[in-house]
Write a protein that binds this ligand. Sequence first.
Ligand code: SF4
Length: 79
Amino acid sequence: MNNTCEKHQICPIFNGILKDKQMTAKSYQNQYCNAGETGWNKCKRFLVVKQIGSCPPNLLPNSFKSVEQIITEMSNKEI
Ligand code: SF4
């Protein structure tokens, strides 16, 4: 079974905002992206995309905000 998140190729956490922070990126990969469904389901990016199909590009997997809070903030920005 593949334990890697299906979104890893398009996820900006690795090819965008963390490209200069390889240690941090590696730690996120171990904790979330390569940790199977249990790991993905702890990632705020994964959970927000699962619910509404997109998420803020700079959102971190371990954001202190709740999924609901993130989605509310996104919809407020779209007004
Ligand atoms: S950060 Fe989250 S959404 Fe991105 S690849 Fe890792 S588990 Fe998937």
